[in-house]
Design a protein around this ligand. Structure first.
Ligand SMILES: [Zn+2]
Length: 493
């Protein structure tokens, strides 16, 4: 049974799936794995006729606690300010909208049909008011959970809430010290965090309707309690023991007294065994991923293996992308779990998958005048992805271009190889009607000449493209017939 069907086997009754992301930096390809997995579960439940809703949240009430390098200079004054309040670098909307809109575009491409929300609006709209009062009233139970997990004493002046400082506008620098049932006392501290400095005022305020924010792990559990979330997984960075997911689950049982949502963790993508990291330039952004993988193939990459399995995805590894397309084609025609992964990767109806391998397509697109073949084989869509692959990620020997004069490499050919080009391949070009037949004959002709097929093809490639190997030789010869004829003649003489 496909892993996603398996984990949903015992989910009975009405379901609410939630997933969320903090829009404070570029969308890494790994950030798409959560939405794709949750959307897959959503689809399966819909298919079963379950009453199910999928909510996807932008956690934009979190404070900015770091900045991408290109924004460090102009945005540093907003460190500590909620993402929804700091302005967008491009002047349109908030800092959170700037990154959130990029994510939204990618989710649309991936065919993800969640109801999207901004966490800042849940606060300002009063949707979390009950939760805020609840966590303040039950602060001691939360201290107990934290104390147990982190094995330390949590003081009575600790509260699971931060307020937006009415003086400096920062949230990350504030600490709530007491709660009287109506207002919280707070202080805005200079040294609470390393990444932002508070203004050192103290005061009292009403924490409801957007004036405060629950600490992130508490907020997570509060979402489950407020909305009745029944299913939510987490990435490995959150899902480890003592991590935020672990704490939120504990709070759900011990403080909110609710049934924990169906839990599962999912692993990272790796590059050469290392975790992908956009800040270190390892791995791809979501935009880059969807330039080289169709949305369907990208979904397939994220769900074909069990989520807890780390997936190696170095886009520059010579065959990792063509092999993924191969797998996708195989899955389209198989009948097992692989096919189930294929079906759940579709966006808007099952697509007719091309028969030509991505690998071959990457060569086709480098030939001149292939537009009509590409069109008649239904390869127009995939060919733009193949172009990106060839340009950005394919190993150098995939790329070829016909040389205008005899390549240096052709000078090392043996006399026999040179004669083979001029006396055998050349006259047969005009006799041949079909490159397929010509291609098969090359093997025979090589034998007649006492050459191995490797030597025969080496002669062709070195004389036309200056490389040891290349695309299907007969295609190369027929696409550049005039050049090939002239070249074989020159080399043989
Ligand atoms: Zn302040």
């Amino acid at each position: 049974m496909f892993w996603a069907d398996k984990i949903l086997e015992d989910q009975k009754g009405k379901q609410l799936i939630n997933d969320s992301w903090t829009p404070s930096g570029i969308v890494h390809m790994g950030s798409l794995k959560g939405p794709v997995i949750h959307d897959t579960l959503f689809r399966i439940l819909k298919e079963k006729g379950t009453d199910v809703k999928f909510m996807y949240g932008f956690d934009d009430f979190d404070p900015i606690d770091g900045l991408p390098a290109d924004l460090a200079e102009f945005h540093s004054k907003y460190l500590g300010v909620p993402i929804s309040i700091a302005p967008s670098p491009d002047g349109n909307g908030s800092f959170g909208d700037y990154f959130g809109n990029k994510m939204k575009k990618l989710l649309d491409k991936l065919g993800i049909e969640a109801e999207m929300y901004k966490t800042s609006e849940l606060y300002s709209g009063g949707k979390f008011n009950d939760a805020i009062i609840y966590v303040l009233d039950h602060a001691q139970e939360i201290r107990d959970v934290y104390g147990k997990i982190y094995k330390k004493e949590i003081g009575k002046d600790w509260h699971p809430l931060q307020v937006i400082c009415p003086n400096c506008g920062k949230l990350g620098t504030t600490r709530v010290t007491s709660w009287d049932g109506k207002e919280v006392s707070f202080s805005c501290e200079e040294d609470l965090v390393e990444w932002a400095k508070g203004c050192r005022i103290k005061g009292k305020l009403d924490p409801l309707n957007g004036n405060s924010k629950m600490l992130w792990k508490v907020e997570w559990a509060a979402k489950w309690w407020t909305f009745g979330v029944t299913i939510e997984g987490a990435g490995k960075d959150h899902a480890s023991a003592g991590g935020s997911y672990d704490v939120a689950l504990q709070l759900a049982s011990d403080v909110f007294k609710i049934k924990r949502p169906l839990q599962f963790g999912y692993e990272f993508f790796l590059v050469g065994g290392k975790k992908m990291s956009s800040s270190k330039g390892i791995g791809l952004t979501g935009e880059e991923l969807l330039e080289v993988l169709t949305p369907q193939v990208a979904r397939f990459l994220m769900i074909k293996t069990r989520p807890e399995q780390a997936v190696e995805f170095d886009p520059r590894s010579p065959d990792i992308i063509p092999r993924l397309y191969d797998d996708y084609q195989i899955a389209a025609n198989s009948k097992d779990d692989f096919h189930r992964a294929f079906m759940l990767s579709q966006t808007g109806g099952a697509e007719k998958v091309p028969e030509l391998r991505f690998w071959s397509l990457s060569q086709w697109i480098q030939f001149p005048d292939m537009e009509s073949e590409i069109k008649s084989e239904g390869l127009e869509n995939w060919s733009s992805y193949a172009k990106t692959w060839v340009e950005k990620y394919a190993p150098g020997d995939i790329k070829f271009s016909i040389q205008e004069s005899i390549p240096e490499q052709a000078r090392s050919l043996t006399q026999k190889q040179k004669e083979f080009l001029g006396k055998k391949l050349l006259p047969e070009i005009d006799n041949a009607k079909d490159p397929e037949v010509y291609q098969r004959n090359i093997y025979e002709w090589a034998k007649e000449y006492g050459l191995s097929s490797a030597e025969a093809f080496e002669a062709i490639y070195k004389s036309l493209i200056g490389k040891d190997h290349g695309p299907k030789a007969a295609w190369l010869i027929f696409k550049y017939k005039d050049i090939a004829k002239k070249r074989f003649q020159e080399i043989a003489s």
